[in-house]
Design a protein around this ligand. Structure first.
Ligand code: AMP
Length: 273
């Protein structure tokens, strides 16, 4: 089957099947992590739609919206290789009316951890995800565990707003040396790339411990001896992103964000206590 590329909502409507649709929302600059999400979607839906949209609403004024990599031709090749049925790649003008008023609020959960460093980011992210859900009308949508707080907030939106969509989380794909794949890795110089390994190293050092306090301490120690400018290192409940107490038992996420040179990277590992 030929890959259909829809650049606006009319094209999407024409291409959308009446059967079960699985959606993989992305901002493009596709890599192996995105491919793994696409493969998961293919195993779950009759028609796979990949959206490629660098969402201006989720970037702060000092963030990298303008320089975010846009590689549509290469992305379409990857989608064709992976057997994607439809790529939805709208323009910002097609997605947002100039007089738009209403948007989604991520609530308090959108203001902590990653949301504390990037005010408004999660509101912008949920707003575009809800719009994509309404335009594509998928039964299933696949998101990466790499953006763990994003995944948690999307699950909350589905529950709190009664969206008839199943959310599937996919494990983080890494390079052989541990670096989590990210579209932003292409900003890294070779020195940056080497320094960035401290993120996954810190997470692994934390994961080797058995108690929350020891997990935090071990991860912090690795970060302290690195060249990274750390935004946060937290051990949180995966559903709420609230810090877990030292006596905690259950699922948790050890999450880190740091600047490497001029590039900001995030990573996390799921843990069980
Ligand atoms: P992005 O294009 O960065 O907005 O990411 C689109 C989707 O791919 C999101 O659901 C991400 O969580 C997911 N993703 C990004 N990097 C990875 C990775 N290394 N492994 C698995 N999924 C990822």
């Amino acid at each position: 089957m030929e890959l259909i590329v829809a650049h606006d909502r009319a094209g999407l409507d024409k291409a959308r099947s009446s059967g079960s649709v699985a959606l993989v929302p992305t901002m493009g600059a596709l890599h192996e992590g995105h491919r793994s999400l696409i493969r998961m979607a293919r195993a779950m839906g009759e028609q796979v739609v990949v959206s490629i949209f660098v969402n201006p609403l989720q970037f702060g004024p000092d963030e990298d919206y303008a320089r975010y990599p846009r590689t549509l031709a290469a992305d379409l090749e990857i989608c064709a290789e992976e057997g994607v049925d439809v790529v939805f790649a709208p323009s910002p003008d097609d997605m947002y009316r100039p007089d738009r008023q209403v948007s989604v609020s991520a609530g308090e959960m959108g203001t902590i951890v990653e949301g504390a460093v990037r005010p408004g980011h999660f509101d912008g992210m949920l707003t575009v995800v809800l719009k994509l859900f309404n335009l594509v009308r998928p039964g299933i949508a696949v998101f990466g565990q790499k953006d763990a707080q994003q995944l948690a907030l999307i699950r909350r939106m589905v529950v709190d707003l009664d969206l008839p969509i199943e959310i599937v989380g996919a494990p983080t794909v890494r390079e052989g040396d541990g670096l989590a794949l990210s579209s932003r890795n292409r900003y890294l110089t070779s020195d940056d790339r080497h320094a960035a390994l401290a993120l996954s190293r810190a997470l692994r050092a934390g994961a080797a411990e058995r108690e929350p306090a020891a997990v935090r301490a071990a991860a912090r120690e690795v970060l302290a001896s690195s060249a990274l400018e750390v935004d946060y290192l937290v051990l949180v409940d995966p559903a709420t992103f609230a810090e877990v107490p030292d006596s905690y038992r259950g699922e948790a996420v050890l999450a880190v964000a740091a600047k490497v040179g001029s590039t900001r990277l995030i990573d996390n590992l799921p843990l069980t206590f």
